[in-house]
Design a protein around this ligand. Structure first.
Ligand code: TTP
Length: 715
């Protein structure tokens, strides 16, 4: 449900930073010889060459799309390099991408409040930095403006044929008669250009950005000119942008609300909403949603950038589509053990690095019954208090599975133990840890904290034998008490906390990010603290069985540190040899590639060539002008086509291409990845699932979002 928040101040400067073909860039950094070449990252499942999950801009020029599998991509682009996503424990291992994203976040956070929105997207509130710049070094007095800033796309800037686009941008930034809001945006242009250069210099990744007065507009703008470019939405251009923007492109309107607006109200673009009064919209959709709709039609969005660099949850999941569905309890237990091991590792890292502990363990399952009239019945998601230690998490997750299965199949639903197939199949499993809070300040050591927790709240934990006895037998449905008996709730209060063993929407209730920020920490902190606190096995089962695991992992981490040192050394060596990118004195991202990257040279030439072709400015019906793509996405056919497009229809086409490229087969989406996908994809998946969850009063029967978005139904 959208929440209408009044815009506190329309002089904010908000940036949305979106990494370009992110996984590909991460892989290209590992294998620099792939830079500038058509490349795609494929899923770990090798069937037909694996599903493509990220495609480089060079490969996109050949028509390679994310919806393809490796074999198909090879057909349209025989020279494409396919890199398999790293695998650990038989599933995709996203840690490398998470950590790469964290590197970027740590750079961006230097200039303003930073909110990590997905694995490769960040919102930045640059208001303070912009105000400071305006007070101390106002852009209108700057003689030299960074080349990257001059390449910005400013919506509504009137670039007549033949005019020098960069000169126009320079003049816009220099305007003395601009209002305060535009002056702040001019500062935003300079700050974001500098940040993007810094990201490139330190991480070797390019990113694109949208700069506007609020999150909604910044997000809309960041995808308009990719890769490695930035787009600005001055206040005066907001209405032009929104007028022709298809309603479903708006965040939170991809689902049933957007559909109702189209079907019931005849609203196809955001601009169409302007014809309705706030009262009318409130009457139809309720006070809050009505006001929210009225606001977005006018580009008003008061959503704050939350200062959040760390994840709100951690998760690990795997899908088992089609014939790979798990059909026995022992197979489920095997995979749960793998997932829990990964989860436990991440929890330990979080505890170690950030001194945070998670309190809730949740299991999400998707399942089917082969012969069942009640085929719509969902496998209930279950939660319980989280106990640290891999074995405990595994045990608890398995208990949750048993409880869920009992409910799912019913009392006489079928024999399900051992290896006997019993008429059900599991197509997706995921475990997540949430309610993560910092260890309270004033707690002098982590060990003491656990000691306190242990003695005050975990004294009633039963023996593993009891737990096992209780868990491995499928007791009658409705008996939910095991978790209360065996897994007492920690006494930390959370507002609105539900009772344990709760049902949740699989994988999607949590709009949360999973980010691991790695800091240098004292690896030996636990042993010394433990000694200091004098804890014994008897008094601190949680510490010993839980954080002991973390201790072991810390030793492994020390080993990893050595290899990190080794790779640091190697990269320094490469740097000395000149193979590592070094952009000293480079004034733009384009130059950066030109000067540093052997394969980037051809890219740059291509860029120049195309920019020449597209620098003749494009004017759309709404009065917007937009330059064509640059850098890698330089397909001349596309550029020619683009001359006919408005910037808004460009977004639409981009989105439609993206949508076509995105398979809606929910069973193929790794549930642990959903929270980290780009937010609009999350929204779409959520919207897709919701109608299945509850009967939908608004949407006509049979009109699901996948049906709606199918290629033949494009609006
Ligand atoms: P996106 O930001 O959607 O795409 P992208 O960064 O690859 O390319 P673009 O330049 O167009 O933004 O997704 C970010 C990463 O998330 C992507 O590199 C891989 C991963 N991802 C998946 O694993 N599966 C998916 O279906 C999508 C959409 C993304």
């Amino acid at each position: 449900m959208p929440v209408a928040k009044p815009e506190s101040c329309d002089s904010r400067v908000i940036a949305h930073i979106d990494m370009d073909c992110f996984y590909v860039q991460v892989e290209q950094r590992k294998q620099p010889q792939l830079r500038g070449l058509p490349t795609a990252v494929v899923q770990y499942n090798e069937w037909k060459g694996g599903a493509l999950i990220a495609v480089s801009y060079e490969a996109r020029k050949f028509g390679v799309k994310r919806s393809m599998r490796g074999e198909e991509a090879k057909e349209v682009c025989p020279q494409i390099h396919l890199v398999q996503v790293p695998v650990a424990r038989g599933k995709a291992d996203l840690n490398g991408y998470r950590n790469a994203g964290s590197e970027v976040v740590s750079i961006l956070a230097r200039r303003g409040r930073c909110e990590r929105a997905s694995i490769d997207e960040v919102y930045l509130d640059l208001t303070d930095a912009a105000e400071t710049m305006l007070a101390e070094a106002p852009p209108q007095h700057l003689e030299a403006i960074d080349e990257e800033a001059l390449k910005s796309h400013i919506l509504g800037l009137n670039n007549e044929d033949g005019s020098d686009v960069k000169e126009n941008v320079r003049n816009w930034i220099h305007r003395c008669n601009a209002d305060h809001r535009d002056k702040l945006l001019a500062c935003g242009i300079l700050i974001v250009a500098e940040l993007r250069m810094q990201v490139l210099k330190e991480t070797e990744f390019t990113c694109s950005a949208g700069i506007a007065h609020n999150k909604m507009l910044a997000k809309l703008a960041s995808g308009m000119n990719k890769p490695a470019q930035q787009t600005v939405v001055p206040f005066s251009s907001v209405q032009g942008l929104l007028n022709s923007l298809p309603i479903r492109k708006m965040k939170q309107l991809g689902g049933k609300l957007g559909m109702s607006l189209q079907i019931d109200m005849g609203v196809n673009t955001v601009g169409d909403l302007l014809q309705f009064s706030e009262e009318k919209l409130q009457e139809r959709y309720g006070l809050n949603t009505g006001t929210w709709l009225w606001n977005i039609a006018r580009g008003i969005n008061g959503e704050a950038v939350e200062g959040r660099l760390l994840p709100k949850s951690h998760g690990s999941g795997k899908t088992f589509p089609g014939p790979r569905a798990l059909k026995t309890v022992s197979a489920v237990q095997h995979w749960l053990n793998q997932l829990c091991e990964e989860l436990s590792e991440r929890l330990c890292s979080d505890l170690d690095q950030n001194k945070r502990i998670a309190h809730t363990l949740t299991l999400h399952v998707r399942a089917y019954k082969s012969s069942d009239s009640d085929s719509q019945k969902k496998f209930p998601s279950k939660s319980c208090p989280l106990r640290y230690g891999t074995a405990k998490i595994q045990e608890d997750a398995f208990n949750l599975f048993q409880a869920g299965l009992r409910e799912y199949i019913g009392l006489y639903g079928g024999k399900s133990e051992g290896s006997h197939y019993s008429g059900w199949g599991i197509t997706s499993l995921s475990v997540s840890a949430s309610k993560i809070v910092p260890i309270p300040s004033g707690t002098c050591s982590i060990a003491k904290y656990f000691h306190w927790q242990t003695s005050s709240h975990f004294s009633s934990i039963q023996s593993p034998e009891n737990l096992r006895m209780d868990a491995t037998h499928l007791s009658p449905p409705g008996n939910e008490s095991y978790s209360e008996v065996n897994l007492p709730e920690p006494k930390i209060d959370f507002p609105g906390e539900e009772s344990w063993i709760e049902d949740t929407i699989p994988g999607l209730g949590l709009q949360e990010q999973k980010i691991n920020v790695w800091k240098d920490e004292d690896l030996a902190c636990f042993p010394s603290k433990k000694k200091e606190d004098g804890l014994t096995e008897d008094t601190s089962p949680l510490l010993l069985s839980g954080t002991q695991g973390c201790l072991e992992q810390n030793q492994n981490k020390q080993q990893r540190e050595f290899s990190k040192d080794e790779s640091r050394f190697k990269s320094e060596y490469r740097e000395q040899k000149g193979t590592r990118l070094n952009n000293k004195g480079t004034s733009s991202i384009l130059k950066f590639f030109k000067s540093c990257n052997p394969s980037g040279a051809s890219l740059s030439q291509e860029h120049d060539k195309t920019v020449q072709g597209t620098d003749a400015q494009l004017t759309n019906g709404a009065g917007f002008q937009s330059r064509g793509h640059s850098l890698a996405e330089l397909n001349e056919v596309e550029v020619a086509e683009e001359n006919e497009r408005s910037s808004c229809s460009y977004i639409r086409d981009q989105d439609e291409r993206r949508r076509e490229a995105w398979s809606y087969n929910i069973d193929e989406i790794d549930p642990s990845v959903i929270d980290e996908l780009p937010t609009e994809i999350q929204d779409e998946i959520q919207a897709w699932l919701q109608p299945r969850k509850r009967p939908n009063n608004i949407v006509k029967r049979g009109s699901t979002i996948s049906h709606y978005f199918s290629p033949t139904k494009k609006s």
